[in-house]
Design a protein around this ligand. Structure first.
Ligand code: ADP
Ligand code: MG
Length: 615
């Protein structure tokens, strides 16, 4: 069985595999490496790739292209782009939750996940035909800026296609791997990716064999299609066609694309195209093309400047530039990128194929039987959130799902009761709000905290997931410096099925979860206020007036019964009210404490008193 790498692109998709120590893209029967990311829905089923694009103009409404734009997006987000589509989105539906985009294809509604799954299925079949031993797992690439939902949608599309998705890999990282950049000890790289409809620039930093994304920028509506549009306009103009639509426009675009490709190698090209009734002929030179597209190419440089400034770098601090995407074949693009970064870019590998090749190399390394490299690369994201159980069994997430690794986060916690000398740290993984509904990874205790009033100790808990996906949790009490830690391996303890199941239940249970969490939080907060008030009343009774005392006690009674009745809204309201009615009393105590401080009390005593006064 061989693992495969897949570049699931907006315009084109590819599949690659490592054979005999070398990564290569698999070809279709006609010798094409690329599979256009187009799916046509017919009465008999689906047609994918070049066949779907054949006479696309005649089947505009049923030929779906560029659905990657809608992966993991909501219907609202998709509607903003609807005007530019040649197919229809589903009509608004009040009843349905419009979290997922639905496309209307005849009578059917399809989601971008299903459409992507058709593309992935076609690539999987291609791989099955080429690989005698069968297809093992797959690495699928995604843009570096893809968020949780977009990554999840991509993973789901893979599963729907019957693929065992080993990992989602950032496209720029895949390109860097294809050039073997991870074999260097370190460096900072710019990955310039100009495809059919999108431009992405990513700045990566390599350290210890791991790439980190420092910044990304780009334009989701800038690519080779825009070059084609400018040439098509010129062609239509020359033929005297005004306001071309439908078939004529499509034919002009196709002729334009062919001319653009020709000008990548030649200085001049003849365009002859049948645009509806009209026959158009035009000679276009490379220089004319350059003038036409120059403003678009300049726009990519603005994004490059943005990405560099976000990463706080200048072009000269970049150790290498990688060209990705079919449109980086255009000579003007190469020239301009080289001038901007002041160095020739890496361009030996076919820019169409470079991402798929990197994905295949990563897939091969994950098989554990790679001839390519043994000790590198576990560039990954955290599959499920990592957090701590806090008071009341609620989870405080420190590292969120899909954070790229290595990753670290820390947060300061405090004690809940006076004189508490140890805290129990319970590390959990999962998306649910309550600790008991997540997977328990580890428990340990940080002891030796000097007895202090509740809320005064500062326990800093740090989570660190290293490049191998190993989580280390460290707890440090900040006054004493006392430390305790533990190492846990999160991701490999879970099977994919478990992850899937957990995600499903967390989606199902999301609403009840949130309610429960809010209730517990309200109770914990109320409990803290009550304790503080009761303690203050006991120690400083002299500072309370009588009518004030009865008002405070009335609220305390109400709050306690609201807590017994689990009434969240009441608990929060009454907690707030208790805060208000005790405010003058608290103020008096603070003033008194300050007086004591001025009279030369020890700093610690004052701190303790001041802390107690925070009701
Ligand atoms: P995506 O990543 O968006 O799926 P690709 O990287 O496959 O896209 O790039 C597709 C774009 O590359 C198309 O606009 C296509 O016209 C352009 N392209 C492909 N080959 C050439 C070439 N030889 N010269 C100029 N442009 C090309
Ligand atoms: Mg691409």
């Amino acid at each position: 069985m061989s693992n495969i790498g897949i570049d699931l692109g907006t315009t084109n998709s590819l599949v690659a595999v490592v054979m005999g120590g070398r990564a290569r893209c698999l070809l279709d029967d006609d010798g094409h490496a690329i599979l256009p990311s187009a799916v046509r829905y017919t009465a008999e089923g689906t047609v994918v790739g070049f066949a779907a694009l054949d006479d696309a103009a005649g089947h505009a409404a049923t030929t779906l292209t560029s659905v990657k734009r809608f992966m993991g997006r909501s219907m609202d987000e998709a509607r903003a782009e609807a005007a530019q589509l040649h197919y229809e989105l589903a009509p608004p539906d009040d009843a349905a939750e419009e979290k997922v985009v639905r496309i209307q294809v005849g009578e059917r509604l399809v989601t971008p996940i299903e459409v992507s799954a058709e593309i992935l299925k076609a690539l999987k079949e291609r791989a099955e035909e080429c690989l005698l031993g069968g297809v093992g797992g797959a690495v699928i690439t995604v843009p570096a800026y893809f968020d949780d939902a977009q990554r999840q949608a991509t993973r789901d599309a893979g599963r729907l296609a019957g693929l065992n998705v080993l990992r989602l890999l950032n496209e720029p990282t895949a390109a860097a791997i294809a050039y073997g950049l991870q074999e260097r000890s370190q460096g900072t790289f710019a990955i310039y990716d100009l495809g059919g409809g999108t431009f992405d620039i990513s700045i990566l930093r390599l350290e210890d064999g791991v790439f980190q994304v420092l910044s990304t920028a780009g334009d989701t509506h800038l690519g080779g299609d825009d070059f084609d549009r400018l040439i098509a306009e010129r062609l239509l103009q020359a033929a005297g066609v005004v306001g071309a639509r439908g078939g004529a426009l499509r034919a002009a675009m196709e002729a334009a694309e062919a001319a653009k490709r020709a000008l990548t190698d030649a200085d001049s090209t003849e365009i002859n195209a049948q645009l509806g009734e009209v026959t158009a002929a035009l000679t276009l030179t490379r220089a004319e093309l350059d003038t036409l597209i120059r403003p678009l190419v300049d726009r990519t440089l603005s994004a490059c400047k943005q990405a560099l400034s976000d990463a706080q770098l200048s072009p000269s601090q970049i150790d290498g530039v990688v060209l990705v995407g079919g449109s980086t074949r255009v000579p003007l693009v190469r020239q301009v990128v080289q001038e901007f970064f002041g160095r020739p870019p890496f361009s030996d590998i076919d820019p169409d194929q470079v991402v798929a090749i990197g994905a295949a190399m990563q897939a091969d390394i994950l098989s554990g039987e790679s001839e390519l490299a043994e000790d590198v690369l576990l560039m990954d994201v955290v599959p499920l959130s990592l957090g701590l159980e806090t008071m009341g069994g609620v989870v405080e997430k420190l590292i969120w799902r899909c954070s790229p690794i290595p990753s670290s986060a820390s947060q300061t916690f405090t004690t809940h009761v006076d004189g508490q000398t140890a805290v129990a740290i319970h590390v959990v993984q999962g998306e649910r709000e309550m600790a008991r509904d997540n997977r328990s990874l580890a428990r340990f205790k940080l002891g030796g905290i000097p007895p202090m009033p509740a809320g005064l100790p500062r326990v800093e808990v740090q989570f660190m997931v290293d490049a191998n996906g190993i989580l280390t949790v460290t707890a440090t009490e900040q006054y004493t410096g006392k430390q305790s830690n533990i190492e846990v391996v999160p991701s490999y303890g879970l099977t994919d099925e478990q992850i899937e199941e957990m995600l499903e239940t967390s989606i199902d249970a999301a609403e009840t979860d949130v309610d429960e969490r809010l209730l517990v939080e309200a109770k914990v907060e109320a409990d803290q206020i009550l304790r503080a008030v009761e303690k203050a009343l006991a120690s400083d009774a002299a500072l309370v007036q009588e009518d004030e005392l009865s008002r405070i006690q009335a609220v305390v009674t109400d709050l306690k019964s609201a807590m017994d009745a689990q009434e969240r809204k009441k608990i929060s309201d009454l907690s707030k009210k208790l805060d208000e009615v005790t405010a003058p009393f608290a103020q008096r105590r603070i003033e008194r404490d300050l007086q004591l401080a001025l009279q030369g009390q020890s700093a610690l005593e004052v701190a303790e008193r001041l802390d107690r006064s925070t009701i």
